[in-house]
Design a protein around this ligand. Structure first.
Ligand SMILES: Nc1ncnc2c1ncn2[C@@H]1O[C@H](COP(=O)(O)OP(=O)(O)OP(=O)(O)O)[C@@H](O)[C@H]1O
Ligand SMILES: [Mg+2]
Length: 243
């Protein structure tokens, strides 16, 4: 479903993706871990067509993402939800209007359908009472859940989560990870989750890829990778516990 082959991306003289191969099957809950600054967000931005590779193949549902423009690119983005690393809510819009935004931008729906859909996803993230609040009036954890609701509202078949647990306390990050797993199963979505949290990776993922040095260094089930005793995993976990 998501297929990257020999993808290269360089910014100035910094090589971020170095012949990256990545394959995410339909229905998978795929997790990517890797050091800070390695290029994990850059991978997600390539999948959704916000960045173009220098070379290589990026296909989603057999469509070549870098070649899409205009209406087909808009269609693809409607099919893909994206939870940004920082919730990226719009401060002057209330919770309802923040969540309705992708519907209004990418779909031509009557207002009563918008109302139904927004209330449905607010229910999924347990925020039904908060629809008239502004981002500054709700906690960081609630903002994350609003971001999650906004990523879900177009009923995407694919959803990309960039560090859904970042900035949350441990209890809340477990809640968000569980919510991601349950919503994914309930709606039968394919997901790619970037995370720094081993707990989040184990909770969310059925497949884990360790991204180091511009490509996937190791992959398998979260247990296979994290409990492998491999030196790369050891070094990565040591490094991330220091940061
Ligand atoms: N649009 C851009 N222009 C120039 N450099 C960029 C751009 N986007 C990312 N980079 C660089 O690419 C590298 C990888 O960035 P990226 O944000 O993907 O890291 P990351 O793995 O997501 O890190 P973190 O875990 O801290 O979020 C960084 O050195 C970053 O500065
Ligand atoms: Mg990032």
């Amino acid at each position: 479903m998501i297929h990257l082959e020999k993808v290269c991306k360089t910014f100035g003289d910094l090589k971020v993706l170095d012949e990256l191969d990545l394959h995410v099957p339909r229905g998978s809950a795929f997790v990517i871990m890797g050091p800070s600054g390695a290029g994990k967000s850059v991978i997600l931005k390539h999948i959704i067509g916000l960045l173009r590779p220098d070379s290589g193949v990026i296909r989603v549902d057999n469509m070549s993402v870098p070649d899409l423009k205009g209406e087909p690119l808009r269609d693809l983005r409607r099919d893909m939800g994206y939870l940004f690393q920082h919730s990226a809510l719009i401060n002057w819009l209330n919770v309802f209007d923040n969540i309705a935004l992708p519907l209004r931008e990418t779909m031509d729906l009557p207002e009563d359908e918008i109302l139904d859909r927004v209330h449905h996803v607010l229910g999924l993230v347990s925020l039904s009472q908060a629809d008239h609040k502004f981002p500054s009036e709700i906690s960081g954890g609630m903002q994350k859940r609003v971001g999650l609701a906004r990523a879900l509202v177009t009923r995407p078949r694919i959803i990309l989560y960039d560090e859904p647990e970042a900035g949350l306390d441990p209890g809340m990050s477990v809640d968000i990870a569980r919510m991601i797993r349950e919503i994914g199963q309930e709606l039968g979505m394919t997901s790619v989750t970037v995370t720094h949290s081993v707990d989040c990776a184990r909770t969310v993922g059925d497949h884990l890829a360790l991204f180091i040095g511009g490509r996937i260094a190791l992959q398998g089930t979260p247990t296979e990778v994290l409990d492998s005793g491999h030196a790369l995993v050891h070094d990565f976990l040591q490094g991330s516990s220091k940061s």
